[in-house]
Design a protein around this ligand. Structure first.
Ligand SMILES: Cc1ncc(COP(=O)(O)O)c(C=O)c1O
Length: 440
């Protein structure tokens, strides 16, 4: 349970903030009551206003590969803030960071900076439509590409009775206030199913501006792609002249230096990045092939933004990249090693307890724990039908009482950073073992 100071802040917050917070996923919808109001972070630890300490496995939804208050980040922000926080002009560091990104990502010839994953995705979809002169967007069940109207459909877990036939999913917007015109050209396809994809491409591929996919499904826990699935998607895009848009907002600078594109041998036409890119500051980017990116030139596809390429965020992005890439990409090796160890350790705890059906799925530095009767969660339909989300929330909230912070939503996931340690894994495993015994 949240401590007395968090409770009191929640009561005050409820009077002046919608649900006491600024994003629905941080409030009562996720916590079932008052969230814990955090006061500060250091390394792999978060501290709440009641003075409680947590090992943080959420890491700001993946935005913190270097952990909290990394000395290099703190020093950089202090140094650069003293020279002016934002100019909204061209910057040297903007060119430097873009050069680093283009050197690192073989499929990216040019980048354009934005602030959030949603904004980057909005620009990428507009660019895909502008570049191809086509209207349709093909997206997948359970994939989230930000809260923009055209793609905010079928992102939530729905009851099995609302899923529709796997060949023709029922399209459901995830919010009121989205006019039908906004998503009438959005085609929804079952993910991780080659036949469903081939059928959809035969029907719509020639009118599709892009096919957009998360590389690893990261908004239904963690669901890896089946071998060869994304490569087939890329092939089908090429065949039909639709752009292959890989949304690396979660996976970029997290699963490997080159994200899912590197991990699965892909050459997407467009990518978007966010979260980890800014090392904790708001930073996102659209990147891609030169001829596609040229569409963002003045007079073609419009993309503006007062806060684009914020200089503090760019300087921190540079520090994040330098730190993660140093010593032959040792930062990426470390978060991968810790993530895999953590996932194994949770599997061991679950086996020892043997009281609950648990499956742990992970890819490198990301993992999620599913309370399920199945051996594997392979797609959105499995998630909607076989994952006990309320049980996961109970598990996560009990863990919080023992000083382990994981987001209580089963649709999300946990993440390692370079400042987690094997001792953190052991402490977490011990707390999990206790919680699994306590849980009904
Ligand atoms: C795959 C993916 N794309 C885009 C976004 C939107 O990013 P942001 O929250 O920065 O707007 C998210 C957010 O979780 C995401 O998971």
């Amino acid at each position: 349970m949240a401590g007395p100071k968090s409770q009191s802040l929640f009561e005050r917050g409820m009077k002046v903030l919608v649900e006491g917070v600024s994003s629905a996923s941080r409030g009562p919808a996720t916590f079932g009551g008052a969230p814990r109001y955090m006061s500060h972070g250091a390394g792999a630890r978060l501290y709440d206003v009641d003075g409680r300490e947590y090992i943080d496995w959420m890491m700001a939804f993946g935005a913190l590969p270097l952990g909290h208050a990394h000395p290099k980040v703190v020093e950089t922000i202090a140094r650069e803030a003293a020279r002016g926080t934002h100019f909204a002009t061209a910057l040297e560091v903007e060119v430097e960071v873009a050069e680093m990104l283009v050197a690192l990502l073989p499929h990216v010839d040019k980048v354009r900076f934005a602030n959030t994953g949603t904004e980057a995705a909005m620009a990428a979809f507009r660019l895909a439509r502008g570049h191809t002169g086509r209207r349709k967007i093909i997206k997948f069940e359970g994939h989230y590409h930000g809260w923009w109207d055209s793609v905010l459909i079928n992102t939530n877990p729905y009851p099995p009775t609302l899923l529709g036939h796997p060949n023709d999913p029922i399209r459901i917007p995830d919010s009121s206030g989205i006019p039908e015109e906004a998503w009438k050209d959005t085609i929804v396809v079952r993910w991780n199913d080659v036949e469903a994809l081939e059928r959809a491409m035969a029907l719509h591929g020639d009118q599709a501006a892009c096919v957009v996919t998360e590389g690893v499904m990261s908004n239904m826990g963690v669901i890896p792609p089946k071998p060869g699935y994304l490569n087939r998607m890329q092939e089908l895009c090429q065949k039909h002249g639709a752009l292959f848009y890989l949304d690396e907002t979660v996976t970029g600078f997290r699963l490997a230096a080159g994200g899912c594109a590197e991990l699965y041998g892909l050459t997407p036409d467009i990518v978007t990045y966010g979260k980890a890119l800014g090392g904790g500051l708001p930073m996102a980017m659209i990147g891609g092939r030169a001829d596609v990116m040229a569409g963002l030139e003045w007079g073609k596809v419009l993309h503006f933004g007062t806060h684009n390429a914020g200089r503090l965020a760019l300087h921190v992005t540079k520090v994040m990249l330098e730190t993660m890439l140093a010593d032959d990409q040792s930062g990426f090796a470390k978060i991968k090693d810790l993530g895999l160890k953590m996932a194994d350790s949770v599997r061991q705890v679950a086996r020892n307890s043997n009281r609950h059906g648990i499956v742990v799925q992970g890819v490198n530095s990301m993992f999620q724990i599913f309370f399920t009767d199945k051996d594997q969660i392979a797609d959105y339909r499995d998630f909607c039908t076989h994952v006990d989300r309320m049980k996961f929330r109970d598990f996560a909230l009990r863990l919080m009482d023992k000083g382990i912070y994981m987001n209580p939503s089963a649709t999300l996931h946990s993440l390692s950073s370079i400042v987690h340690t094997e001792a953190d894994i052991d402490t977490t495993a011990k707390a999990m073992a206790e919680v699994l015994e306590e849980m009904p």
